[in-house]
Design a protein around this ligand. Structure first.
Ligand code: PMV
Length: 347
């Protein structure tokens, strides 16, 4: 007889102030603070159940068993191992997982994936169907966020809804992840322009290690506190134009660091550059109220206020019919429910 199963869903998030580079790699201590907006529709759904009749974890992608040498299985196993070592839970798990956004479409799934895995695994081990129950076992949201960031730094920010800060603070042990005290009801739309489906040549973990080799890295880190303050001010004031400009500068500054590392990493494609030039032109010439940001890949996140979304979407589709669009917006964070496999998405 197996125990209850639990389904966690966790959203992806888009960084407005980017995390790039680590101060201490072993502890996942970032070189700088970062700020993100949690998304709503781009999510990972993960179902987990403790197993009494197997000695090893059994992993499925949707309903298909993952062989242990599959890169997705390896990533899941690495994080489960870290969780076991740091919580003392040992029981094998059966895990089913999938992303609500197309996989392999160049949209990073490690943030939502590691966040959902963390919540589902701890819920299964503690038999918790609610956040309060997890908390009574010693796993409140902040602790879960700290666990998730060990799987992938940005995953820690997916444990909360709205605008979320990952604070570097003064040592690896006092870093923290928490929602911003401002702006939680100021929803923005994120239109994700899928320019390429190709996987990136340099993973973000390899990229973080190289960041400090760029001569632009130290000046970037030195300017982060001031930019963070300006961004939080813009969110507090709901000054979208100010936030948009700061966000574009931060993304391009991060990409400048990437391009000047040794060896360099260029995540942008000619089409990415063409797209952002067009967007800026549209803004300057025709007053289109939309701004971009770009993670470690060629795809562009176009942010705008909800009242402008239809106009912005139409303008993009007219100019770039070859690119697919994922329609997303600010969201409320992860969910947790007790479910047997028959009731779950994976039945
Ligand atoms: O969480 P990681 O290790 O995949 O790093 C994410 C890095 C960026 O997406 C480029 C920026 C960020 O803050 O999310």
């Amino acid at each position: 007889m197996n125990s209850l199963g639990f389904e966690a869903t966790a959203p992806s998030n888009i960084a407005l102030l980017k995390y790039w580079g680590k101060a201490a790699a072993a502890d996942q201590w970032p070189a700088n603070d970062s700020l993100s907006m949690t998304l709503q529709t781009s999510r990972t759904v993960t179902w987990a159940q403790m197993q009494n009749d197997t000695r090893e974890d059994v992993l499925y992608w949707e309903r298909t068993r993952l062989p242990s040498d599959d890169p997705r299985a390896k990533k899941i196993q690495r994080h489960l191992q870290w969780l076991r070592q740091n919580t003392g839970f040992a029981k094998p798990l059966r895990i089913h997982t999938y992303n609500t956004f197309p996989t392999g479409c160049g949209i990073a799934s490690s943030a939502s994936g590691m966040a959902a895995l963390t919540v589902a695994a701890l819920a299964a081990w503690t038999q918790s169907d609610q956040w309060d129950r997890l908390k009574t076992h010693g796993f409140d949201r902040s602790t879960l966020a700290q666990f998730a960031r060990m799987g992938s730094g940005s995953a820690g920010r997916s444990l909360f809804g709205g605008y979320v800060a990952w604070n570097k603070n003064t040592s690896p042990t006092n870093q923290s992840i928490a929602p911003l005290p401002v702006g939680q009801d100021w929803s923005l739309v994120d239109l994700i322009v899928v320019i390429s489906h190709e996987a990136k040549a340099i993973s973000s973990s390899a990229g973080h290690e190289l960041a400090a080799t760029s001569p632009l890295f130290a000046p970037r880190v030195a300017g982060i506190a001031e930019r963070r303050q300006q961004m939080e001010g813009a969110i507090r004031e709901r000054d979208f134009a100010a936030l948009g400009l700061l966000m574009e500068i931060d993304a391009l500054e991060m990409h400048s660091v990437m391009m000047t590392m040794t060896p360099p990493a260029n995540y942008l494609l000619p089409a990415t550059v063409e797209f952002i030039s067009w967007l800026r032109e549209k803004r300057h010439q025709q007053g289109l109220r939309a701004y971009f940001t770009i993670d470690a890949g060629p795809n562009v996140h176009v942010l705008c206020e909800p009242s402008q979304a239809a106009l912005v979407r139409y303008a993009i589709q007219q100019q770039f019919p070859q690119f697919s669009l994922i329609d997303d917006a600010m969201g409320h964070g992860p969910t947790l429910t007790a479910k047997n496999l028959q009731e779950s998405h994976f039945a």
